[in-house]
Each structure stands twice: as structure tokens, then as C-alpha cells.
Ligand binder design. Structure first.
Ligand code: ZN
Length: 478
């Protein structure tokens, strides 16, 4: 909570600075994106403005957004703003992924016929012990750029402690500092280490948190793994999170085959604080009525990952039932080894269509609802809605420019339906973070994505060779 106060203060002073600098000579001019279809996705917006505006300060903050070609006269920054005509284009907030494992980007297509456990065996258990220096960093960058070029401007990187090597583990954090995509880093402890080691290792990373429009690090969270570790680990993790005011996320109720065993863990999770408002569950596909009711009543939330849940045959979460029960819901891309393309357009479409197939009608959630789930609602689950998730004054100007004419997707009758049903990441023309263009037509200006692709290919080949060599070696003692 202490950290949250500090963060709030930083943003408040930044927003004030932007307003003061609006007409000044020291800062550059604001930019007015005018005439396009503007989705703010702020709470209560029932449809985008057919002709809207987005005014962005030179510091990278939203000054105004909404209907009409211009904000009201006198809006700070409007006088002298650079005007860009967006007619025919759509402007949306960047997508937020509430659950991702960026390093998995290097392992797509693995264990094609496996559900969660065979898939984990083929990935984590096969390669996790053979990472070399720099592997986690390269794989994480690969995953972050993949998400960014698909319009995910903020990600929750649920890190893994593979191979029991702490310095390699932290490459997952430092690699992201070099990528413009915003991230919340979900830290995972070495469950065999003591509390003092946990504190000492974590402190330098927590100290780097201080959200700003031009900084990728948005916050820290905890990936709690104690429910599948030695007794007492979960309690220590929850106490650690409470000491530092961290949100906690856990994998829970994912594979259908383990559903009964997972449900049996609920009293233990609940009694450790697992129904609390600072806890989110990745997947949460198979709760019974009591688990759903208690999680919703306590303020806990879940992250829905349709692509991954489909790929692994995990099941279809009852999203509409959860929302009716008062459970908070966000959306995630999950890792690219189980959602092998990190594309929120596909994620939203598959998710909505799956719900409709089960309902056997087209009522229930609508395109605007799904857009809000993958943006503002996810930001709320992660506790970062004051910075990202919608285009509202004071928030970071993280937005997408989508062009329904490139490639041609036909005349537009209903912009929200067009985004969900008729367009794909191919229509994503530009991605902005903190008002700065970071992606144009799938490329990242100033970054050689081909060189990164080649490096990842070489590293994975070497990793596979090391794992194969170890598998072929005689067991110790022979
Ligand atoms: Zn996951």
C-alpha cells in the first residue's frame, strides 16, 4: 500500500506537470489526433465516437479524448497542438495482457497433442535445466516484441524460476527494461530459500518501480507457487505480498483432468488469503459454486486466456456466469508456447465466439464488452487502471491506430463489431506507448527484429542440443 501511495503521487505530479507545460515553450507541442473513430473504453462508453479526438501531451499523457473533432476550447495543450488527420482510422487504447510468460515465445508448436501436464513436461521439464546465460533475456525480448507488434502495450509477465539459477532468472526482468512495452513483473521466489534471502533478492527490483509515461516498468507483483510446494510456503508468500503491498497471481483450475484435485485445494487457498482483493487466478476454468461465490465475495479476480485454454484443451470458463456472480474478470494472452500467436484480436474473437457457441445464441457479451475486458478490466485486475487501460485524461497515452482499409475490410457499419469480427492484427497500423510511436506496420523502428529472430533460433538449437546430450548420457553411478 505504501508503494501504491508513492506511485499515485508520481503520476499526479506528472499529470500536473503536463498540464502546466501545455502552452509553455520548454516542452514541445501536444499532438491532436482528429477525425477518426475514437474508442476511449472508459467506463460507461457504450459505443465509440464516430468522429472523435485524442489530445496527447509532449510528455506522453492523454490530455483529452472523446467525441467531436476537437476537445472543448481552452483544454490545456490544445492551442498550438500539431494536428493529424485520422479520418477513416480507428484509435483504441493498447491491449493489456493480464497473464503472460514472455520467455515461452521461443517454444511454439511444442507438445501439440498435450494438455497442461504433458505440455509442461515437454517444455519446462525438458529444457528448464539447460538454459545458458542470455537465453532468458533473448526469449523474453522475443515475446515482448511479439506482443507489442500485435498491440499489447502492457503485459503481466508471470516469471518462472527454471534451472535454479538466480542471475539467469532475473534476465526475465532486465530484458524487458530494454523493450518499450510496459510490464508488471510477477516475481517468483525460490521456494527453498528463507525469508531473508527472499527480501534481499527482491529489494533492488522493487526499488526500480516508479511508473512514468516513458518507463516500461509499471509495477511488481508476486507469482505465488506455494500451493504446490512444501507446507508453509504459500503462507510465507502471502505474508511477503502483504508486507510489500503486492498483488498475487496463481495458476488455478486450469487442466480439466485435475479439476477435482484443484477444487480440493480451495479451503487451503482461501484460508491463506486466496479470496482477497489482491489475488487473481490465471485460468480459473473449473470452480464449483462455493469457490466462485467465495472468490467473488472476497474481491478476488480471474484472468481468461481463451487461446491457451483452447490450445491445451483446458476448457471454457463460464465468463458470463462469473460476471453475474460479481467476480472480476480480465483477459490474458498467456505464454506463446500455449497461445502460439500472441494476438489479442484472435484472443478476443475466439473467446467471444466460444461463449456464443456454448450459448447457441448471440446474446450475452458484445464486442464493446470484450474490448473493455482486454483493456480497462484487465488493468483493474492488475491494479494499474490509473495509468493504462483506457484513454482518459492523466493516463499514459498508450494507443493503437487501426486501419480498416489496409487490408480492406469493407465498409464499416458498427465500429466495435468491425474490430471484433472483421479485423485482425494485419489492420494494426501503429502502436504508441507514452505518446511515442513504437510499432509501424509490424516493424519496430530502430530495432532489428530479424537479428533477434536469428539469435533466438541459434539459442534454441544449442539448448536442444544440450538437453539431448544430457538425456543420452548414462545416469550417475553407471
Ligand atoms: Zn500461465
Amino acid at each position: 500500500m505504501r508503494m501504491e501511495k508513492m506511485i499515485r503521487g508520481v503520476v499526479a505530479s506528472m499529470a500536473l506537470g503536463a498540464v502546466l507545460a501545455g502552452g509553455g515553450s520548454e516542452a514541445g507541442a501536444a499532438t491532436l489526433y482528429t477525425g477518426g473513430v475514437v474508442f476511449t473504453l472508459a467506463e460507461g462508453e457504450v459505443a465509440p465516437a464516430p468522429v472523435g479526438h485524442l489530445l496527447v501531451s509532449d510528455e506522453g499523457l492523454v490530455l483529452a479524448a472523446g467525441p467531436g473533432a476537437e476537445p472543448v476550447a481552452g483544454t490545456p495543450g490544445l492551442d498550438g497542438a500539431v494536428r493529424l488527420n485520422m479520418a477513416g482510422k480507428f484509435i483504441l487504447p493498447g491491449f493489456v495482457s493480464g497473464h503472460s510468460h514472455l520467455w515461452q515465445s521461443a517454444f511454439r508448436g511444442i507438445a501439440a497433442d498435450g494438455e497442461l501436464w504433458p505440455w509442461l513436461k515437454a517444455l519446462h521439464f525438458t529444457y528448464g535445466g539447460f538454459f545458458a546465460d542470455g537465453d532468458f533475456a533473448a526469449f523474453t525480448r522475443h515475446g515482448a516484441y511479439d506482443q507489442l507488434t500485435h498491440g499489447v502495450t502492457t503485459t503481466f509477465n508471470h516469471s518462472h524460476f527454471l534451472g535454479r539459477d538466480f542471475s539467469r532468472y532475473t534476465e526475465q526482468f532486465t530484458a524487458e527494461l530494454a523493450v518499450p512495452q510496459r510490464f508488471i513483473f510477477a516475481w517468483v521466489h525460490d521456494s527453498t530459500a528463507d525469508d531473508a534471502t527472499w527480501e534481499a533478492r527482491f529489494a533492488p527490483y522493487l526499488a526500480q518501480v516508479g511508473p512514468a509515461a516513458d518507463k516500461p516498468l509499471l509495477g511488481m507483483a508476486l507469482n505465488a507457487v506455494g500451493s504446490s510446494r512444501a507446507p508453509g510456503v504459500l503462507k510465507r508468500e502471502m505474508e511477503f505480498a502483504a508486507r510489500h503491498g503486492l498483488r498475487v497471481q496463481m495458476h488455478y483450475l486450469e487442466p480439466f483432468a485435475e479439476a477435482a484435485a484443484d477444487r480440493a485445494k480451495w479451503p487451503m487457498l482461501r484460508d491463506a488469503g486466496g479470496a482477497g482483493a489482491n489475488v487473481s487466478y490465471a485460468h480459473f476454468i473449473h470452480p464449483d459454486a462455493d469457490i466462485l461465490r467465495e472468490a467473488a465475495a472476497g474481491g478476488a479476480s480471474m484472468i481468461w486466456n481463451p487461446l491457451s485454454n483452447g490450445r491445451l484443451g483446458s476448457g471454457l470458463a463460464d465468463i458470463e456466469g462469473y460476471l453475474a456472480a460479481g467476480l472480476k474478470v480480465g483477459m490474458g494472452e498467456d505464454g506463446q508456447a500455449s497461445a502460439d500467436i500472441s494476438d489479442p484480436f484472435e484472443n478476443m474473437r475466439l473467446g467471444l465466439y466460444s461463449l456464443r457457441m456454448r450459448r447457441q445464441n448471440a446474446k450475452g457479451l458484445q464486442p464493446m464488452d470484450i474490448l473493455r475486458l482486454h483493456t480497462l478490466a484487465t488493468a483493474r485486475v492488475l491494479g494499474v487502471e490509473r495509468y493504462v487501460g483506457s484513454l482518459e485524461p492523466g493516463k499514459f497515452a498508450d494507443f493503437l491506430i487501426v486501419d480498416p482499409s489496409r487490408p480492406g475490410a469493407g465498409p464499416v457499419f458498427d465500429p466495435a463489431a468491425h474490430v471484433l469480427f472483421a479485423m485482425s492484427a494485419r489492420n494494426l497500423h501503429q502502436v504508441f506507448i507514452g505518446g511515442r510511436e513504437v510499432v509501424r506496420d509490424g516493424l519496430v523502428p530502430g530495432t532489428d527484429l530479424v537479428a533477434l529472430e536469428n539469435e533466438v533460433g541459434e539459442r534454441v538449437a544449442a539448448l536442444r542440443a544440450r538437453a539431448a546430450l544430457a538425456a543420452a548420457a548414462p545416469a550417475p553411478g553407471h
